[in-house]
Design a protein around this ligand. Sequence first.
Ligand code: PRP
Length: 177
Amino acid sequence: MRQQNKYNQKVLISQEQIQESVHAMGERIAADYGDDPLTIIGCLKGSFIFMADLVRAIPRPLHIDFIEVSSYGNELSSSGNVRIVKDFKHPVQDSHVLIVEDIVDTGLTFDFLFEHIRLKKPTSLEIAALLVRSTVDLKKRPVKYHGFTIGEEYVVGYGLDAAGLYRNLNHVAVFEQ
Ligand code: PRP
């Protein structure tokens, strides 16, 4: 039987499962980039917990920056309109860039971030996402590093919110409206 959290939400991905996945991802990233300059850009707000754990699982020097974009606001479904709330600052022209996302859902934010960061001419550009919806076409939107594929559930926790709440859960749970 599935575990429930203290809000009677179904635990979809436990803290242990997340930690195991994040550590494996960090080791893979370190091996893939070797000693090349690497800048990690976390997409706020949703990525903040995943980002904090992932960068500590990558045993090498890194530049770290953040961009904040928004397409959902306080709504439960995407407005379809991605906008920059806060841009990243670190120059990436001679650096590999890895975007860190909590979730690739419709893929609109993925498209926006790739277009926006590519213009700054990084050496390479990839994305690490903890969660990817099963509906995402990975040929069209290649998510190089991803932890878990999820179905249609509305999920919260480990950075993901419902109307601004539940980001501070240490696991991913299903939010029932
Ligand atoms: C969420 C999430 C991703 C994006 C993914 O951000 O953090 O950035 O949606 O959705 P998409 O693939 O459909 O574009 P949101 O706009 O909710 O802001 P937040 O990170 O501040 O919660």
